[in-house]
Ligand binder design. Structure first.
Ligand code: NAI
Ligand code: NAD
Ligand code: ISE
Length: 344
């Protein structure tokens, strides 16, 4: 059976996902698209030669009889309304991060799913599908480095555009580490404090860059994540877990090593699209396969989206206060039993 998919938001990642469904993955077909910029939706149909209808808005796309599942790849503030609309129609939804821009918004989605009675939502936290993170998790779970004590991580982009603001370091960028790290060590967050080192001359006046997020977990693990979005040299994701008996680290992204002109060198990626290409493929293949096999998506849940939103809210508060801010979650509803990616 082919899963018939409608896409809301045909920008950068919307088109990346359309491309992988159409050219790489098996079992899905794009049958509908929409974008607030209708020209963009029409261009996407032409670009990928889709046999798909362009709808004027998210509501009409969700309501279309031939749409089984929806991808929400619009900008963050629009996600909540499109996801709620899709749940109300009883259809599956893959939503890019953030699930909603506030914890309250995520809870409204959780409530809607509970009311529906089964899980329909998967959130685009693709690092859980990245083979290097999966291997790191195995090392930790097998106790090869003993209990984890500290984590040092970095999320670096070469540059960002002028619309990128200080809070987005947490909400748009750090959010991937927020989801990946609690999953990695199977722990919950307790508090966060933010420090602002000397600012780079490459950041615009309104942006604090770099930033360091010091997060404490319930088991006492000390996590330090550097977010540096004007680092100039490339797109670089680092993660090192320091345990009682050793250290485990994400491998470097493979690149041809060159000997040339008196130098020994290896390339560094410039763009997020390539770093997690395989993970995006796997997350969407898993979304489609698990729906077909079990009737529910397998990947990060609406509850994971809620955890991320509560944590990013605390991070933004900590950016503003300079103080240690608490990260407090409500009780996990029964609907969110362990998903397969949590068990990996
Ligand atoms: P983008 O700006 O390239 O594309 C967003 C598109 O959504 C635009 O075409 C815009 O016109 C459309 N749009 C906005 N509001 C809409 C609405 N209400 N209804 C229909 N269309 C609407 O943005 P980009 O980079 O593609 O990001 C989209 C989402 O994907 C964001 O939530 C972002 O955080 C997430 N993202 C996730 C990544 C990941 O690694 N998982 C990587 C890049 C983006
Ligand atoms: P983008 O700006 O390139 O595309 C967003 C598109 O959504 C635009 O075409 C815009 O016109 C459209 N849009 C906005 N509001 C809409 C609405 N209400 N209805 C329909 N269309 C609407 O952005 P992007 O880089 O593709 O990012 C989109 C989302 O994907 C963001 O939430 C972003 O955080 C997320 N993202 C995730 C990853 C990842 O690694 N998982 C990477 C990039 C982006
Ligand atoms: C983008 O929105 C993403 O989600 C990418 O994965 C991330 O690494 C990048 O920094 C963000 O801009």
């Amino acid at each position: 059976m082919t899963l018939k998919i409608g896409v809301i938001g045909t920008g950068a990642i919307g088109r990346e996902h359309i491309k992988r469904i159409t050219q790489t993955l098996a079992g899905g077909k794009i049958v509908a698209v929409t974008d607030v910029n209708q020209e963009s939706a029409k261009q996407a149909v032409e670009q990928f030669n889709l046999d798909a209808t362009v709808y004027p808005d998210d509501k009409s796309l969700v309501a279309a009889d031939n749409v089984d599942a929806v991808f929400v790849t619009s900008w963050g503030p629009a996600h909540e309304a499109s996801v709620l609309e899709t749940i109300a129609a009883g259809k599956y939804v893959f939503c890019e991060k953030p699930l909603a821009t506030t914890a309250e918004g995520c809870l409204r989605i959780v409530e809607a799913e509970k009311k529906h009675g089964k899980r329909l939502v998967q959130v685009g936290f693709m690092r859980r599908y990245d083979s290097s993170y999966v291997q790191l998790k195995e090392v930790i779970e097998n106790k090869e480095i003993g209990e984890p004590l500290m984590i040092r991580a970095a999320h670096r982009n070469p540059t960002v555009d002028e619309n990128y603001t200080t809070d987005m370091a947490a909400v748009d960028t750090l959010v991937h580490e927020i989801d990946a790290l609690h999953w990695l060590i199977d722990d919950d967050y307790k508090s966060v404090q933010v420090t602002f080192p000397r600012k780079t001359k490459h950041a615009l006046p309104h942006l604090q860059d770099p930033q360091i997020f010091n997060i404490e977990t319930m088991n006492g693990v000390a996590i330090s994540v550097e977010v540096f979005v004007n680092c100039q040299y490339g797109y670089d994701i680092q993660c090192e877990v320091i345990g009682e008996e050793g250290i485990a680290k994400l491998p470097e992204v493979p690149s041809v090593v060159m000997r040339k002109g008196g130098n020994l060198s290896a390339g560094i990626l410039q763009d997020w699209k390539k770093r997690f290409m395989d993970a995006y493929d796997k997350e969407l293949q898993d979304f489609m396969d698990s729906i077909k096999e079990t009737g529910e998506p397998n990947g990060p849940t609406a509850w994971d989206g809620y955890i991320a939103a509560v944590t990013t809210d605390a991070c933004v508060k900590a950016q503003q206060s300079g103080e240690k801010e608490a990260i407090e979650l409500q009780e996990k509803p029964a609907l969110y039993k362990k998903s397969i990616t949590e068990l990996q």
